[in-house]
Design a protein around this ligand. Structure first.
Ligand code: CUA
Length: 335
């Protein structure tokens, strides 16, 4: 568990960390879409702390120096005969100078994180209550595919991200790769991403969007170019038909119960209301970062999504146990 810079394990509250959960800390970024903003954030943070300390110290010194010495409660604690305005002018001058420095620094930062003239790839990200659909765009139709809640990008390349929402305002935010960009129904906002270090970066919807806003996470996985190419080739494949009888009956049950909302390329399932599941098992989590992607969690999610994420559009499916088991067995073949 992570709480910003302080982890429960670093405080000794937990034993050894079970897994390296990706950080949400925005104090350190890993690419040019975020670095300039982070540096500005540090600058502003440090100056704010220095100003707060200076003001508090000045106040304290003033109070102590001008404390009544005669013990008469009617005598003024503040002397008004000389010199007060010099402090005002000095403070005003310093403040204006600092604000000008930060105004200029901010303009340079905005320029530094602006969309680069050339990007290598375009992702169409649709934010819905409460998950992320990600379509990898291409001029060649055969190279287009969709995934959900887990974005893979090649390391070191600027990626264009086009944002849309069919319902309410969300916000696309990968703290370690850059700032937020609102996702607004009816408006085509665009942002970009670049990770210069391979790794898994956690993203989170940054705008309150309803009951499950907190459970609207995503992962950005930055792969070395070869690993990304391999991942992409895998994603482009249609699903391999199951070979076991259980997998086959699971596929029939899946098509009967799930295909109206979910797509599996290569099966008779073309729904678009929920995540594309063609390569479900290549993802680390399910339900927009809510649960690790394990067979047990898949079963629990299918059987009672409404208990795990109340209000989600995924219904709790009332299925006989053998049918549920078969569907999960089928899902596990979607590598
Ligand atoms: Cu989507 Cu908050």
């Amino acid at each position: 568990m992570k709480f910003g810079l302080v982890t429960a394990s670093s405080l000794g509250l937990l034993g050894a960390p079970a897994s390296a959960e990706p950080s949400m800390s925005y104090w350190r970024t890993f690419g040019p879409s975020g670095d300039a903003g982070t540096t500005l954030g540090w600058g502003l943070g440090i100056v704010s702390i220095v100003v707060t300390v200076l003001v508090a110290a000045s106040l304290l010194i003033g109070v102590l120096r001008r404390r009544r010495k005669d013990g008469d409660p009617r005598s003024l604690a503040v002397r008004t005969d000389s010199g007060g305005m010099a402090w005002i002018y000095t403070g005003l001058g310093l403040t204006v100078a600092v604000l000008i420095v930060f105004a200029v620094w901010t303009m340079f930062t905005i320029a530094a994180v602006a969309m680069p003239a050339k990007t290598t790839m375009t992702l169409q990200v649709t934010a819905s209550q409460w998950w992320w659909s990600v379509r990898y765009d291409s001029p060649q139709p055969s190279q287009i595919f969709s995934v959900a809640n887990e974005i893979h990008i090649p390391v070191g390349q600027p990626i264009r991200v086009e944002l849309s929402s069919p319902d309410v305002i969300h916000s696309f935010w990968i703290p370690q790769l850059g700032g937020k960009m609102d996702v607004i129904p009816g408006q085509a906002n665009v942002t970009w991403l670049q990770a210069d270090k391979p790794g898994v970066y956690r993203g989170q919807c940054g705008e309150f969007c309803g009951a499950q806003h907190a459970h609207m996470a995503m992962l950005v996985v930055a792969d070395a170019p070869q690993a990304f190419a391999a991942w992409k080739a895998d994603q482009l494949r249609a699903a391999v038909p199951p070979t076991t009888p259980e997998g086959q009956s699971g596929r029939s049950a899946f098509v009967a119960h799930c295909a109206a909302c979910h797509a599996v390329r290569g099966a008779d399932a073309g729904g678009i209301l929920g995540p594309d599941l063609t390569h479900l098992m290549s993802r680390r989590t399910i339900a927009a970062g809510l649960l690790p992607n394990t067979p047990g969690n898949l079963s629990a999610w299918i059987a009672d999504a409404q208990a795990l994420k109340p209000g989600t559009r995924m219904p709790s499916m009332v299925l006989p146990a053998p049918e549920l088991t078969a569907i999960v067995a089928y899902l596990e073949t979607l590598q």
